[in-house]
Structures are given as structure tokens and as C-alpha cells.
Ligand binder design. Structure first.
Ligand code: AHR
Length: 495
């Protein structure tokens, strides 16, 4: 590998370390919020969970869905809690009691240092509900909706900047599913009205629910044909799983992710050319993760339960490697991917798990997310890599070494993130860092495990990072031994 100060991809937008909380399963109730829990604060939010989230330094959290938002009446979640209605929640077929809503969530997010990425309902609702919600959250006062907020005890506007125009509107499962033409028109008109209420906001149009959708990428082309000048981002969603238990192929899935991002970029640029526009569309990868472990268990859940354990994937060590590789992929696309949300944050396909009334703990995927969020802030540099390759069931020429490099100019630090995809052998990394004069090796964090299927539980954290890796920096040449099937974080600092 060679890295050089001048091989700049782009400044990393810290919001690529965002996450997501949906009113789904135990994400809110029993996750972030559990009045009566020993660690609950005065508002009922769990302090033990807050601490684990704060450690991750999550810059932005998407809310309230997800599929949930497409049937949500935001008015149900504001005002005196005792008067809030209980509703049939149709996306996940549960009961929603609306104890937590817009004000509580935004207040909680501010407390943990996160911005909110708010989604509006373009499934069962539309322009009117969206503009009213925006007036409620962002207008200072003196109007019906802003004064309603004030009467609810929130004198100051929340100033929510980032808004999603619906969720996965291309998916037949979505309540109020639309064709690209229908969605494009509605998204444009909603964007226009919302910008009239608050011109400072940023808007995200729905892209495809995954690269496998039959309407991908025509959906993006049609949607952007309508909305190109009215929105700032197009969304991407992607979940992976090792259903066939073929780890070599599983770890190569980021080649698919890379291709997905390239295709969306190209589609955006085609519309840009078609419209003779000067604006470059950015990408918001606002749902991504591994999701498959809980699929069977979810079929057993009784309809209309309150906060049942839905989508509770228990992540193993190989999932952490894939999550690390996904983060590496976003860093290498730092010029276009400006936001990304690990879906989700607590209990529901999440890095953090809780017991109702009990403990909270870190899943395996917590760690690559933590390392990237902590050390992946700065300029993303393009590493020039010469790696041996392998073929898997669906991919050819898969490099064993997957890597990204971030240069934090202010702190004079460089971080190399690297996954060794080789399942049997270590990789001996040699990295030319001569352009960074006076830098020293400060830390080498390694995650490895003999058992690719090892998991963490409330009782035992089997999968966690260590500092026993072998690395040295001599005359501008860094050498490190990257253990078989491992996640590696190598940190250099000047002086
Ligand atoms: O994150 C879980 C679900 O995945 C979201 O509700 C939906 O947007 C996606 O299909």
C-alpha cells in the first residue's frame, strides 16, 4: 500500500457515522426509553443506553422510520402523553402507544449530541402533514402549529435541518407504495411546500430500497427527473446476510455495495447532464447493515403486541468484518456519500442490545462502527493497493485486503482501516507513508476470532478489540501483520 497526502478523495462528512431509530420492536420502548428502569432519567430514557450511544459519537439519527413512517400520524405523538391515542401500527403489525413522539425524541437526541434526520409520511399522507410538521418543529412561533409546540412546553424551535421525503416508496410492502412517476411528483411538491416553510432545510428523496429491486435504477432516474433541483440527496438502502453460509462470498459483498454506489452516482450524473444542471447530487446511505439472523424468529411474533422483540439479529464476528468493510466502502466514496445511517441503533438490527429491566451490551458490530466514527474524521485518502485476490461464488478478483485511509489534518493523525478477507492466512502489509514526515505509530487495534460465528451476550463479550498486533514504522515504511479474517485500525500521529 502507498498513501500520500495529495491522494485526496474528499473531506469525510461526519454524518456518514449516523444511525437510525424507528418505532419498531424494542428500539424505542425497552431500548432507548424505559421508564422504571434503574438507569432511567426523569423523562424515562435509559442512561446506560445513552452512554453506549455517546461513546459511538453518533452525529445524526434518522427517525421515526422506516416503514413505520408511512402510516404515522405525527400529531399522535405530541401533547399530553395521557391523551395520545393507541394505534394499530400496520407496517410491523404491533400496537403503538405513542408515549414517545417528536418532542421527546428530539430532546433526547440533543442530549446525546446527535442531530435528527426526520422522515415525513408520504405513504398515507402527503404535502399537508409534512408542511405542518415542519412548521411545528422549526417555526419560532405566532402560527397555529408553532404555537401548538410552544403550548406543549417547547418554547424554542427544534431546528431540524435534514428531512427524508418518505421511506422506501418503491417497495410493494410500503404503505402507500407508489410508482416512480407518482412518487417523483409528490416528492417535488412536498419539497416545494417544505422549503417555503423553512428554506434552510436539506431534503433527501427516496432512492431504491436495495440494488436488487426490479425498478432499480430506473426509479432513481425518474424520481430525480422530477426532483433534481428541489432535493439535496438521494437515498440508498442495503442489507446483506450470509444465508448460504459462504463466508468468502459474504465478505466480498462490498464489491456489490461499491457497484451499487457507482450506479447511483452515474444515474444522478445522467440526470444532471440531461438537465444541464450545475448541481451535483449527493448520496444519503440512510439504511445499511447486516440483517438476516432474525428473519425466522420474526415470523413467530404475535400481531398487535406492544414492543415485541422484532428484528433482533445477534451479530457474530464475521458480521463485524462485513460492517467494517461497508464503512471502508463509504469512506472510499466520501466525495459523494455524505450521510449514512447504520440501521438501526438499539435492539432492532443494532450494535447495542438491552434486556427489559436489565443490562445493555455491545454487539460485535459495535466495534468497527466505534472505530470508524472515532478515527475516521478528516480527509479520505485513496490508498494505492496491490493485494492478492480470490474468486468467490458471485465475485471475481476480490482483493484480500480491503482498506481506507483517513487523514485528520487538524490532529495530524492518519488512520488506516483494513479488513483481511483471507480466512486462513495473515497478510503482511507494507505501507509507504513517506509523505507523512515525522509521523509515529501510536496504536494498532485488531479484532480477530478463531470462531467466525462467535457472538457477544449480556454475560460475555467474546468478540472485542485487542492491542497485541505486530506493527512497526521505520524510515517511512509501515509494516503490519494483519491476522486472518481480521478488522484492523492502524493509527499514526505526528511527533
Ligand atoms: O430497518 C428496518 C426496515 O428496513 C425499515 O423500516 C425499512 O425502511 C427497511 O425495509
Amino acid at each position: 500500500m502507498t498513501i500520500d497526502k495529495s491522494f485526496r478523495i474528499a473531506q469525510v462528512d461526519n454524518r456518514i457515522y449516523g444511525s437510525f431509530i424507528e418505532h419498531l420492536g424494542r428500539a424505542v420502548y425497552g431500548g432507548i426509553y424505559e421508564p422504571g428502569h434503574a438507569s432511567a432519567d426523569q423523562s424515562g430514557f435509559r442512561n446506560d443506553v445513552k452512554e453506549l450511544i455517546q461513546e459511538l459519537q453518533v452525529p445524526i439519527i434518522r427517525y421515526p422510520g422506516g416503514n413505520f413512517v408511512s402510516g404515522y400520524n405525527w400529531e399522535d405523538g405530541v401533547g399530553p402523553v395521557a391523551e395520545r391515542p393507541k394505534r394499530l401500527e400496520l407496517a410491523w403489525r404491533t400496537l403503538e402507544n405513542n408515549e414517545v413522539g417528536t418532542n421527546e425524541f428530539i430532546t433526547w437526541a440533543k442530549e446525546i449530541g446527535s442531530e435528527v434526520m426526520m422522515a415525513v409520511n408520504l405513504g398515507t399522507r402527503g404535502i399537508d402533514a409534512a408542511r405542518n410538521l415542519l412548521e411545528y418543529t422549526n417555526h419560532p412561533g405566532g402560527t397555529y402549529w408553532s404555537d401548538l409546540r410552544r403550548s406543549h412546553g417547547y418554547e424554542q424551535p427544534h431546528q431540524v435541518k435534514t428531512w427524508c421525503l418518505g421511506n422506501e416508496m418503491d417497495g410493494p410492502w410500503q404503505i402507500g407504495h407508489k410508482t416512480a412517476e407518482e412518487y417523483g411528483r409528490l416528492a417535488l411538491e412536498t419539497a416545494k411546500a417544505m422549503r417555503l416553510v423553512d428554506p434552510e432545510i436539506e431534503l433527501v428523496a427516496c432512492g431504491s430500497s436495495s440494488a436488487n429491486m426490479p425498478t432499480f435504477p430506473e426509479w432513481e432516474a425518474v424520481t430525480l427527473d422530477h426532483t433534481y433541483e428541489a432535493v439535496d440527496y438521494i437515498s440508498l438502502h442495503q442489507y446483506y446476510g450470509n444465508r448460504a453460509n459462504d463466508t468468502a462470498n459474504y465478505l466480498a459483498l462490498t464489491l456489490d455495495l461499491d457497484h451499487f454506489i457507482h450506479t447511483v452516482k452515474s444515474t444522478c450524473d445522467y440526470i444532471k447532464a440531461k438537465k444541464r444542471s450545475k448541481k451535483t447530487m449527493h448520496l444519503s446511505f440512510d439504511e445499511w447493515n447486516v440483517w438476516y439472523h432474525s428473519n425466522d424468529a420474526d415470523k413467530q411474533i404475535e400481531p398487535w403486541s406492544v414492543a415485541p422483540p422484532q428484528l433482533e439479529d445477534v451479530y457474530n464476528f464475521e458480521d463485524a468484518l462485513l460492517v467494517g468493510s461497508m464503512l471502508i466502502t463509504f469512506l472510499r466514496h466520501a466525495d459523494r456519500v455524505k450521510m449514512a445511517c447504520l440501521a438501526q441503533l438499539v435492539n432492532v438490527i443494532a450494535p447495542i442490545m438491552t434486556e427489559n429491566g436489565g443490562r445493555a451490551w455491545k454487539q460485535t458490530i459495535y466495534y468497527p462502527y466505534l472505530h470508524a466514527s472515532r478515527y475516521g474524521r478528516g480527509v479520505s485518502l485513496q490508498p494505492i493497493v496491490d493485494s492478492p485476490v480470490y474468486d468467490s461464488k458471485d465475485f471475481t478478483d476480490v482483493p484480500y485486503l480491503d482498506s481506507a485511509v483517513v487523514y485528520n489534518e487538524a490532529e495530524e493523525e492518519i488512520t488506516i482501516f483494513a479488513v483481511n478477507r483471507h480466512l486462513e492466512q495473515s497478510l503482511e502489509l507494507t505501507c509507504d507513508v513517506r509523505s507523512f514526515e515525522g509521523f509515529k505509530l501510536v496504536e494498532f487495534i485488531v479484532m480477530e476470532h478463531e470462531d467466525l460465528k462467535a457472538v457477544n451476550t449480556a454475560d460475555e463479550e467474546k468478540v472485542k478489540p485487542h492491542h497485541r498486533g505486530q506493527a512497526k514504522l521505520d524510515s517511512g515504511m509501515l509494516t503490519a501483520s494483519l491476522a486472518k479474517a481480521s478488522w484492523n485500525v492502524i493509527r499514526l500521529k505526528k511527533g
